[in-house]
Design a protein around this ligand. Structure first.
Ligand code: ZN
Length: 145
């Protein structure tokens, strides 16, 4: 394994390797491959191959200064788009965490509303009929949990 790693390092010495631009092209190629699978479009297939070849060619390109400059240009031009996705990602992650938390809550707690003030209340499940004292309006009622 170390030998393999050493050979890989040798292979990439003085070459561009994987950068943001190359990675993007790899992703675009993958997406286009999936598109090809569903649509059987020749254009999508050719574009996928072109993107793949380009990203591989970038990786092995010895003119890394030029590749570095291209990558910088790419990063600059896509700064706004990337910023948008960066802001989007934590929101998506948060809502997944929230949904998971809610599911967990629903499994261990019975969630219901107070009949008089509609305040959301919860009680641990499996206790049978319990007397609930609403935390907001102090109405007492019987609830099966
Ligand atoms: Zn209430």
């Amino acid at each position: 394994m170390n030998n393999f790693r050493y050979r890989m390092a040798q292979l990439f010495a003085g070459r561009t390797g994987v950068d943001a631009l190359g990675r993007t092209f790899t992703w675009v190629a993958m997406i286009l491959m999936i598109v090809t699978m569903f649509t059987h479009s020749n254009i999508a297939y050719l574009l996928a191959m072109a993107c793949l070849v380009y990203s591989i060619w970038r990786m092995f390109s010895k003119n890394y200064q030029k590749r570095y400059y291209e990558n910088q240009m790419f990063l600059q031009k896509t700064a706004k788009i990337r910023g948008f996705f960066m802001r989007l990602t934590p929101n998506v992650r948060n809502s997944i965490i929230k949904a998971r938390y809610n599911m967990e809550q629903r499994r261990t707690y019975k969630i219901f509303k107070c009949p008089s003030c509609k305040q959301k209340l919860r009680a641990p499940r499996g206790r049978g009929k319990i007397q609930v004292n609403c935390s907001r309006c102090h109405t007492q009622f019987i609830k099966k949990v």
